[in-house]
Structure formats: structure tokens, C-alpha cells
Design a protein around this ligand. Sequence first.
Ligand code: ADP
Ligand code: ADP
Length: 222
Amino acid sequence: DIAVSARSVSKTYGETEALRDMTIEFPRGQLTSLLGPSGCGKTTLLKIIAGLLEPNSGTIEVNGKPVTGPGEDRAFVFQDFALLPWASVMRNVAFGLELRGVAKSEREAIAAKYIADVGLKGFEKSFPHELSGGMRQRVGLARALSVNADVLLMDEPFSAVDEQTRRKFQEDLLSLVQNENKTFIFVTHSIEEAVYVSDQIALLLPRPSRVSEIIRPSGLRM
Ligand code: ADP
Ligand code: ADP
């Protein structure tokens, strides 16, 4: 069962060729890492899947439907968390629901649940600058989870935290993948991280960008 597919996707920025004829499938309920060196087109592919960027050619399908822009079936977790600095944790987490037109009382109830789920109960009224990097990361994750999208797109989400916190997040992510029937597409340049969290790893190579290999580590998941 394929949740997301990219077919023959190409993308150039002016003279720079970021993706050439990229074809890849993402199985439902699994975590696929896009692994490769800096500049090989990982973020570009993720943004195209998110509908934030248009390819020059090729098609993306989510649940069998062609992607023409951002949609409620996908949520994006940014590298820098993209939190609103002037807004509280509650407002930040509820923001995705606000964009989707959910009424205030309902979205705050939903947001409160996910704030608690990521271990930030009691910090609802705090502002991003009052939190550690790890806590800000959890706010970004709570926002992405709260909109209940099928597909979670994560761009190096753990890059801003220390080694110990990163390992904890990787473990949290593993239990999320096991407990929620969501499809995760996870960008990383760390082989170690990819091997630790993935059901499958797509190895991307630059010049021209292409998927060189799909690796399915065995025995990673019980
Ligand atoms: P990765 O995420 O693997 O580091 P990117 O998708 O960010 O790769 O970038 C792929 C290529 O496209 C790189 O050569 C990068 O410099 C170039 N690129 C990315 N975004 C832009 C942009 N907005 N304008 C021009 N070139 C870009
Ligand atoms: P994280 O693992 O989220 O990066 P830290 O290692 O910085 O957190 O801190 C460990 C714990 O200390 C956090 O989970 C949180 O409970 C508490 N903490 C961290 N920063 C703050 C803060 N600015 N205000 C209150 N408590 C904090």
C-alpha cells in the first residue's frame, strides 16, 4: 500500500539542477528516510511532496490523488521548527488547526492533548524564547501531530538539539511510527540516524540527483 509516490520528478533552480527524473514510493504506515549528502536535493523533494514547491516536470500523488499544493493530508516539520516567536506554546501548537478553520475552543482542547503528549504540560503559556532547543522541537512536533495529517514530512527535525536529546527524540519517533498509522518521510544526512529510525532508507546521490538505492534494514523493528 503506497501512501506517497513521486514519478519522474525534475526540479531546477535557475542553472542548478536539484532533482532529475526522481522516482520513489513511500509505503503507508512506514518511515522512509531520504539520506544523502548536503545539496543532493532532499529538502527539494520534501518541499515538492509538501506542495510548497512546484516541480518542472513529473507528478506527486498522495493517497492516489495528484498534489497541486499544500493539503490537509500532509504536515511539515521544519528544521528550524518555524515557531511564531510572539505566540505562546498553545497558540503555536493550535496554529495549524487555526489555519484549517477549527474553532478556538476545539483547537485549544486538541492542542492541549498534543502539548501533554510531547511532555510540555505546564508550558502552554510559555513563549519559544523561554524554551530550550529540545522543547521548541517538541512544540513543532506537537503542531504537526495535532492536525492529524496522514503524512508527516520532517526535514532534519533533530539537527538543532544535543546528542542525548536527539537519541531520545529518535526513540520517541520510533514509538510514534509504531503506534500511529501515519507515513513518515524523514530527511537526514546522518547514516546513523537513518539506520536507527527507518523502515526503509532511500539513498540519494548528487550530480545528477537520483535515488541510487532503497535499503530496508532488517531486524530494526520488532
Ligand atoms: P539537500 O536538502 O539535500 O541539502 P537541497 O534540496 O536543499 O538539498 O538543494 C539541492 C540543490 O539545489 C543544491 O545544489 C542547492 O544549492 C540548490 N538549491 C536549493 N534551494 C535553492 C534555491 N532556493 N535557489 C537556488 N538553488 C537552490
Ligand atoms: P530538552 O531535552 O527538551 O532540550 P533540556 O535538556 O534543555 O531539555 O532541559 C531538561 C528539562 O529541563 C526539560 O525537559 C524541561 O523540563 C526543563 N527545562 C529546560 N529549559 C527550561 C526552561 N527554559 N524553563 C523551564 N524548564 C526548562
